[in-house]
Every structure is written in structure tokens, then in C-alpha cells.
Design a protein around this ligand. Structure first.
Ligand code: ATP
Ligand code: MG
Length: 129
């Protein structure tokens, strides 16, 4: 079974204008990427800073719309949209961020930090099953 399958993934960002009448530049972060990750395998994506690694991961997770291409997880298409429409993916695929401590909100009580992902996934805290 293939976990992730991407085909023709492309994402460009518009850059801020540098002159009043000149055209806005475009940064091609990810261009025409195909990848296949079979169950039980690992895939390392290596590249210099700014080469598009994080953009590729955001596209795989449906956190961004590709300009072109498709992503499938276990054969099901990942379509960015409302968070609730991607719950099926969020239940199985999680990100471990480079700086996880930096992504915690120091003002949030521990209980709220633990409860938030459960609420987002629609897991009822009173359900003992
Ligand atoms: N939201 C955005 N708006 C505009 N440009 C962006 C945006 N996100 C990424 N970029 C640009 O796209 C390119 C790829 O960025 P990305 O963050 O994917 O690279 P990276 O390989 O993850 O880099 P690093 O190793 O530093 O984390 C960079 O030139 C970056 O400036
Ligand atoms: Mg990155």
C-alpha cells in the first residue's frame, strides 16, 4: 500500500513588488514534484534553506493549495479546505516540528494544550472506548 503519492506538485509564491511599475516577481518553491512513499518506508527530503522542503510538506498535508498536481494518502485525495474535511488525514498524519517548544503557547494551561488536538479531531474526552 502506498502511503503518500504526489504527482506534478507545483507551488509558486508572488513576491512583493520592488518597483512601482515593474511586474511582481514569482518564487517557484516546488516545481513538478512526483513522489511515492510505500507503507513501512521512510523518505528523507534534503536541500538547502529555501529549496522548498517545508512547502512540499505543507502541500502533502493539505495545509496549502497546490497550483498544480495532486496528493493522495492511502489512495484518497488530499484536498485543502475546511479543517473538518481533513480530519481523516489529521488522525493518521502528524508533524513533528523542528522546534516543538517554540510552537507551544506559554500562556495556555497544560490541560488546554492537551485538549485542543482532541477537540480538533472530534475525540470526546468522556468516551472510554
Ligand atoms: N508563504 C510564503 N510566501 C512567500 N514565499 C514563501 C512562502 N513560503 C515559502 N516561501 C518561499 O518559498 C521558498 C521555499 O521555502 P521553504 O520554506 O519551503 O524552504 P525550506 O526548504 O523549508 O527552507 P528551510 O530549510 O530554511 O526550512 C523560499 O524561497 C521561501 O522564501
Ligand atoms: Mg523548512
Amino acid at each position: 500500500m502506498t502511503l503518500f503519492e504526489a504527482s506534478g506538485l507545483t507551488r509558486a509564491y508572488r513576491l512583493p513588488r520592488t518597483s512601482l511599475f515593474g511586474p511582481a516577481g514569482v518564487r517557484h518553491a516546488v516545481h513538478n514534484v512526483d513522489l511515492s512513499l510505500p507503507d513501512g518506508h521512510s523518505l528523507g527530503i534534503v536541500g538547502e534553506s529555501g529549496s522548498g522542503k517545508s512547502t512540499l510538506v505543507r502541500l502533502l498535508l493539505g495545509l496549502e493549495h497546490p497550483d498544480a498536481g495532486t496528493v493522495r494518502y492511502r489512495g484518497r485525495q488530499v484536498r485543502p479546505g475546511r479543517p473538518r474535511d481533513l480530519r481523516w488525514l489529521r488522525r493518521e498524519v502528524q508533524v513533528v516540528l523542528q522546534d516543538p517548544i517554540g510552537s507551544l503557547n506559554p500562556r495556555m494551561p497544560v490541560g488546554a494544550i492537551v485538549a485542543e488536538p482532541l477537540e480538533c479531531l472530534g475525540i470526546d474526552g468522556n468516551d472510554n472506548s
